[in-house]
Design a binder for this molecule. Structure first.
Ligand SMILES: *[C@@H]1O[C@H](CO)[C@@H](O)[C@H](O)[C@H]1NC(C)=O
Ligand SMILES: *[C@@H]1O[C@H](CO)[C@@H](O)[C@H](O)[C@H]1NC(C)=O
Ligand SMILES: *[C@@H]1O[C@H](CO)[C@@H](O)[C@H](O)[C@H]1NC(C)=O
Ligand SMILES: *[C@@H]1O[C@H](CO)[C@@H](O)[C@H](O)[C@H]1NC(C)=O
Ligand SMILES: *[C@@H]1O[C@H](CO)[C@@H](O)[C@H](O)[C@H]1NC(C)=O
Ligand SMILES: *[C@@H]1O[C@H](CO)[C@@H](O)[C@H](O)[C@H]1NC(C)=O
Ligand SMILES: *[C@@H]1O[C@H](CO)[C@@H](O)[C@H](O)[C@H]1NC(C)=O
Length: 366
């Protein structure tokens, strides 16, 4: 029996409000769990917290529990079947509810994941995450990682203490997909509820139920049948998917971008207030196909002209395309939270007007 390394953040906190620094002096623990087998794929599991590591007082409690209560070692120990498909090893990146994940943490996370993927002895990576903002992290990883290996983001809707907790089977599904070389070439994937989805397109659609991650228009990439991945399509990448290289040391900070919501009688002054507060870009969650009020558009045009604010229009409707207009780029099929990370990374990369337009227009049909 060979021991595996479980790296736990020193002082990993249960408090939701204080994210654990990504690289504190690690406490290395040797554990005799599972059977190492050199011919099986090595899969590294980055744990960030969330419901999948959540704990509640009773088995019928699926709300109001403490997210991010269990460490990655507990998650791995709870699913010995992981050893049948991989040599799993865990890195405790953070232990927070997903609302506490930040752009700064994502920059660190993607750099750490890239380093892991670049190791020849690592075949795949899994990231465990709270579901509320899982799509943001998964999307961010998708457009900032360069790899031919498989990366899967996974969470659960029920805490580990719940009856029919979905965390263990979701984790086993995620590691099984990450360990499969033929799963690669589809971008980062999201695995929950036996479904394999593209991180680029998938979104959380239901606040409470386990069948929440969907991409209505684009569909699923595949299914897990008896925890064996079945893909519906050959590997393919999302149309227009950009790549942003944030491995550079200079990438310590992303320009702030705020999201405004569109509704009848919206206050046009909120846009300038956000810019006065430091926003370098604005994503407008427009009505219908990105519609905005006339007074609101005037205020935005002023900010674009006077303050160099980058404005992107997305939609508050569930799906569909938003096209560019004279003032403001259209987010194509990207929802506001995905358009926001795209804009932050493009601003960070120093994109000018033409590059911005090309980037966002590549998200829509020509
Ligand atoms: C990111 O990593 C750097 C260097 O490893 C560290 O100094 C910083 O505190 C980390 N930031 C966050 C938000 O974890
Ligand atoms: C190690 O894994 C390989 C491939 O899955 C398998 O054929 C072999 O039987 C395993 N060895 C042991 C000792 O479990
Ligand atoms: C692993 O696979 C073997 C052979 O199929 C099986 O006997 C064993 O129960 C499995 N172990 C786990 C933990 O699922
Ligand atoms: C898994 O990692 C070990 C070292 O920890 C290495 O010896 C082995 O070759 C790796 N397995 C694969 C399939 O790369
Ligand atoms: C992925 O594989 C292709 C084709 O073999 C190769 O050209 C490319 O460099 C690889 N990319 C990475 C990041 O390893
Ligand atoms: C990203 O930037 C780093 C540092 O400049 C460089 O070493 C690396 O090759 C780049 N990666 C890609 C995929 O372009
Ligand atoms: C935008 O730029 C104008 C002209 O320089 C300046 O007067 C105004 O204060 C700026 N607005 C904000 C919200 O920063």
């Amino acid at each position: 029996m060979v021991s595996i390394k479980v790296i736990l953040s020193f002082g990993a906190s249960l408090a939701l409000a204080s994210p654990v620094p990504a690289t504190p002096s690690p406490l290395l623990m040797d554990r005799e769990v599972g059977q190492f087998n050199a011919s099986r794929p090595n899969v590294t599991i980055f744990a960030t917290g969330g419901t999948i590591a959540g704990s509640a007082g009773s088995s019928d409690q699926t709300t109001g529990y403490k997210a991010g209560a269990l460490g990655v070692d507990v998650l791995i120990e709870a699913v010995p079947q992981l050893w049948n498909v991989s040599n799993p090893s865990g890195i405790q990146f953070a232990n927070v509810g997903s609302s506490e994940m930040t752009p700064a943490l994502l920059l660190n996370l993607t750099q750490m994941v890239q380093q892991e993927l670049d190791k020849p002895e690592v075949q795949g990576v899994v990231v465990t995450h709270g579901t509320d903002t899982l799509e943001e992290t998964a999307f961010f990883l998708d457009i900032t990682l360069r790899t031919n290996k498989t990366v899967v983001v996974v969470g659960s809707m029920r805490p580990a203490t719940a009856i029919s907790a979905d965390g263990p089977i979701n984790l086993l599904g995620a590691v099984t997909v990450a360990a499969l070389p033929s799963a690669a070439g589809r971008g980062v994937m999201v695995v929950l509820n036996d479904r394999i989805a593209s991180a680029y397109y998938t979104t959380k659609t239901q606040a409470n139920a386990p069948d929440t991650f969907k991409s209505y228009e684009q569909g699923f990439l595949g299914y897990l049948l008896d925890i064996k991945p079945v893909f519906y399509f050959q590997p393919a990448l999302p149309t227009g998917r950009p790549y942003f290289n944030v491995t550079k040391a200079a990438a310590a900070h992303l320009p702030p971008v705020e999201i405004l919501y569109g509704y009848q009688g919206l206050d046009p002054k909120l846009a300038a207030a956000a810019v006065a507060n430091g926003a370098k870009g604005l994503v407008c969650t427009g009505m219908g196909a990105g519609g905005w009020t006339e007074s609101g558009q005037k205020a935005l045009a002023q900010l674009v002209k006077d303050n160099g604010t980058a404005v992107v229009f997305s939609r508050r409707t569930m799906d569909g395309f938003v096209e560019s207009r004279p003032v403001g780029y259209g987010a194509g099929s990207l929802n506001p939270q995905k358009a926001r990370y795209t804009l932050m990374l493009a601003l960070h990369a120093g994109y000018g007007d033409e590059e911005m337009r090309a980037l966002f227009e590549s998200q829509s049909p020509a």
